[in-house]
Design a protein around this ligand. Sequence first.
Ligand SMILES: [Zn+2]
Length: 239
Amino acid sequence: MAKAVIIYGPPGAGKGTQAELLERNFDFIHFDTGRYVERLVHSPEAEKNKILKREQVNFNTGKLMTPAWIIKISRAAALKIAKTGNSAVFSGSPRTLFEAFGDPPALTSPRRRRVGRKTKGLFEILLKLFGRENIFIIHLLIPPSVSTGRNQIRRVCSVCGLPAMRGNPSPRCLFCGGPMRTRTLDKASVIKIRLKEYRDRTFPILKKAKKIGIKIFEIDGKPLPYKVHRQIVKKIKLR
Ligand SMILES: [Zn+2]
């Protein structure tokens, strides 16, 4: 039975790495919202499409992307993946309560309720597509000091974007040989903000998900990625 896995965790917890490992070892398709959005808004289509153009401006000026638009594209992605019969893994998204659960009933105006225009969140569509018993949230835990430490030294390939292996000092990418660079997103001051953002946004989502009966597994994100991967495999009974 196809599964939907959502991986949360502070910056540097290894969300992307764990999603990639699931994709490589099992029938998962990884939907990386950030990467997908970046591609969409920089596609040639964005020059012709008004909505994409608007999001391109948001993206390039560091503003928040329009939440309803993010919901729309992640819902479409979930649908596409489910149609293939594969499992889906999301890393770091849905990021907000609104993206996860849509409009809270109390905030939906009577008129909008009448015309049925409540915005549905990603969980609603995942429940429909995969079923409650096949949805899993993995929460990777690392202390703030590890988060900061890992991010300060995080280097990625300037050509293909692959991260450097932890503890590997090579100035060259192991995949394509390109020169490595430090991610600008990962400066200490920026990490502090991202840590706070992660806490403020993620905990309410976890709380609500738990309330509606979605399984949440907290997993220690400190060990090497392959060990963390083993834990995830065990918890969601992939083997
Ligand atoms: Zn490379």
